[in-house]
Design a protein around this ligand. Structure first.
Ligand code: FNR
Length: 371
């Protein structure tokens, strides 16, 4: 189907399922166990309703913002997703280029198919990029990776904390991963690759399950980049991150790919904002301690709900993978055009000329807890 028939981000998924190689589809689309959390991620947004305001001048609306102090054309960033070349020969470079032309920030994954330097070299001068870190059992390797990232100008380090072991993604496991690119597998270290367990497990055995709160001091000693924990799932851990002086947390369950029956990021956001307000007097969005959410975000309305509830920005994963896997760079352009159009219309209909006008009273999240 031509791109003209793509009307929203969901549509990319339907096309991708038809046109992508089975192995790639299995890796991108799969989630843990019975995939209940994966479904819940988007469904949770259906439990939040708007309370728009009327008779406000919305001739001009502006949805640009700042993330960790850096400009972004929308309160959305491209989150880290591994193995971009499974979907398209240019892999993550599709994301890098689209981020540049659409003024958004890309979070580069540790397990990108393209090399880190290749991705940095493809960026425009001044283009802001973040880095997602999987912490290696060998801390010297991690130190090298982190310091190299900082030297190359990475502006934020997102340490993934929800994956001490990789979740069982059975769709992916059934595919029996065979790496076409030995470089992908060599990242895991020789001899440690079990290809019978799917793409995800094959490349992730280096991740350190011993990582703990005590390690954060060490991270602060090796880098000046702002540190953000990716994969926080309750207020207690968000509070600990704040007390340890981190720059923020991503409320995320890894796109449902880790612990099945983890709650959605948007549901966790509601409790984090309430408890950090109560215990530390914080209000959100907050420049000093930023809250991000990812998982199941498919519409500008989803994003605006998160912003209303206190998120600085949200991460989007699979829709961009499906966009470039199905249509290459034009798919990415279309995805951002759709989002921009949706932001414009929905801000007008909400009666919010800017994101600062998207306040908690614009949503009714009283039914966010479904259980
Ligand atoms: C991911 N995600 C992820 N997260 C991370 O910290 N490191 C990684 O290497 C990956 N890899 C990865 C691969 C694929 C194919 C997917 C779909 C996801 C999780 C990702 O950053 C994010 O949390 C979710 O993708 C958000 O959910 P949606 O937008 O995909 O629904």
């Amino acid at each position: 189907p031509s791109l003209d028939e793509i009307l929203n981000l969901h549509d990319f998924e339907a096309i991708a399922r038809k046109v992508m190689p089975d192995k790639a589809w299995a890796y991108y689309s799969s989630a843990a166990d019975d995939e209940i959390t994966n479904r819940e991620n988007h469904a949770a947004y259906h439990r939040i309703w708007f309370r728009p305001r009327v008779l406000r001048d919305v001739t001009k609306v502006d949805w640009s913002t700042k993330i960790l102090g850096y400009k972004s054309s929308m309160p959305v960033y491209i989150t880290a997703t591994a193995l971009g070349k499974l979907g398209h020969p240019d892999g993550e470079l599709n994301l890098t280029r689209a981020a540049a032309s659409h003024g958004v920030i890309q979070m580069i994954p540790t397990l990108a198919s393209c090399s880190f330097d290749e991705i940095l070299d493809a960026a425009q001068p001044g283009q802001v990029q973040f880095f997602q870190l999987y912490v290696n059992k060998d801390r010297n390797i991690t130190k090298r990776i982190v310091q190299h990232a900082e030297e190359r100008g990475i502006k934020g380090l997102f340490i993934t904390v929800d994956a001490p072991q990789l979740g069982r993604r059975e769709k992916d496991m059934r595919m029996k991963f065979e790496a076409e690119d030995p470089a992908e597998v060599s990242k895991a270290g020789k001899g440690s690759v079990d290809r019978s367990q799917g793409a995800a497990r094959a490349i992730s055995s280096f991740i350190d399950p011993g990582l703990n709160w005590g390690d954060l001091k060490w991270f602060k000693s090796i880098t000046k980049m702002p540190l953000i924990l990716k994969g926080v799932q309750c207020w207690e851990d968000a509070l600990e991150a704040y007390d340890q002086g981190l720059a923020g947390v991503v409320l995320s369950n890894h796109g449902g790919r880790q612990l099945d029956f983890a709650r959605s990021g948007i549901e966790v956001l509601v409790e984090v904002v309430a408890k950090l307000g109560e215990k530390r007097g914080l209000s959100f969005p907050n420049e000093k301690f930023q809250l991000f959410v990812d998982g199941g975000v498919r519409r500008a309305t989803d994003v605006l709900k998160a912003v209303a509830l206190g998120a600085t920005a949200v991460g989007v994963g699979r829709p961009f993978l499906y966009a470039f896997s199905s249509y290459g760079p034009e798919g990415m352009d279309k995805a951002f055009q759709i989002l921009h159009d949706e932001f414009e219309m929905n801000l007008r209909l909400l009666g919010a000329p800017t994101l600062k006008d998207v306040v908690p009273t614009m949503v009714d999240a009283s039914n966010i807890h479904s259980h």
